[in-house]
Design a protein around this ligand. Structure first.
Ligand code: PBG
Length: 327
């Protein structure tokens, strides 16, 4: 048989497969999302996110200890306040839940990189990501609040802020406020291309942030659109975003690839709660191998072009890498 090209030659054993591997994953690329709830002495399971825990600021170090031990370099904090109001004012309270968590985390884990999700939906009584005017979210009024929240996170010790609200002009508003107060070196990771996705269901349960009426389609993106995502990314880049993000990840690998090809900024992808919950549920039902499926999904995000993966599987992925089971 005269066959000059035999791709199987490079698949003969683990050594040669390792040599020709095109996508290599590393613990350095992982960010672990964590939920902090106002209160004391709380460590509770999150029913919608099997295996994930909710902490109060005082118990958060227990969770951070595990993250640091696993060698995951960064966490992203989500706050769940005791009191909500239409303006989401507890989000910029200097003694708010995330601010307290930041101070404790900063003191106990000086080397852990602390990112804060920056949004109002966990803090507003109506559950929308901004200030309402009638039944719609008022874009420009919301910008003032976002800038205020960013500053209060910066004061409390955040290393980076990550706006996830999808208001127009928020990166510029936040950058301007940070710079005015001297936080010129604090980076912004923008949820640039964030879709109105049903994959956030378990998160909204975990954070108590489901909208009380309507949906988020007037500010989050239509899942049918790719070019619009490139427009969002271009605006964020022009407004001074340091890192772009695509969210969710698995159902949007084409978007990750397109953003990678068009922009030179570092690119993050968020493998969201629904992606995690699907793997957990299928594994619990005995239908799939959890480790292999979670690892394969993670690799696909890097292969698509992401530099950073935000995932509820961060600690497990780090362990599997340590054990040489994925690489
Ligand atoms: C806040 C926010 C959400 C997520 C991250 N930041 C929820 C939403 O937009 O409704 C989702 C994360 C996940 O599902 O894991 N706006």
């Amino acid at each position: 048989m005269e066959l000059l090209n035999r791709p199987r030659r490079l698949r003969g054993n683990a050594s040669i497969r390792g040599l020709v591997r095109e996508t290599r994953v590393s613990k350095q690329s992982l960010i672990y999302p964590m939920f902090v709830r106002e209160g004391k002495g709380i460590v509770e399971e999150i029913p919608s996110l099997y295996g994930q825990l909710r902490y109060s600021p005082d118990t958060l170090p227990q969770g951070l200890e595990a993250v640091a031990k696993a060698g995951v370099p960064a966490v992203m904090l989500f706050g769940i306040p005791e009191h909500k109001d239409p303006e989401g004012s507890s989000a910029w309270d200097d003694h708010g839940v995330v601010q307290e968590a930041l101070r404790i985390a900063r003191r106990e884990f000086p080397d852990l990189y602390l990112i804060t999700d920056l949004c109002m939906c966990e803090y507003t009584s109506h559950g929308h990501c901004g200030i309402l005017r009638g039944q719609t979210v008022d874009n420009d009024k919301t910008l003032d609040c976002l800038a205020r929240i960013a500053l209060s996170y910066a004061h409390a010790g955040a290393d980076m802020v990550a706006p996830s609200d999808m208001m127009d002009g928020r990166v510029l508003a936040i950058r301007t406020a940070l710079d005015r107060e001297g936080y010129t070196d604090l980076p912004i990771m923008s949820y640039s291309v964030k879709y109105a996705s049903a994959f956030y269901g378990p998160f909204r349960e975990a954070a108590g942030s489901a909208p009380a009426f309507g949906d988020r389609k007037t500010y989050q993106m239509d899942p049918h659109n790719l070019r619009e995502g490139l427009k969002e990314a271009a605006l964020d880049a022009a407004e001074g975003a340091d890192i772009l993000m695509v969210k969710p990840a698995l159902a949007y690998l084409d978007v990750i690839r397109a953003v990678r090809e068009r922009f030179d900024l570092p690119l993050a992808a968020y493998s969201v709660s629904g992606e995690y919950a699907m793997v957990k549920a299928a594994a619990a039902a005995g239908l799939i191998d959890e480790e292999k499926v979670a690892a394969e999904a993670a690799v696909s995000v890097f292969r698509a072009g992401a530099d950073i993966l935000i995932t509820y599987y961060a600690k497990e992925l780090a362990r599997w890498m340590d054990e040489g089971r994925i690489g």
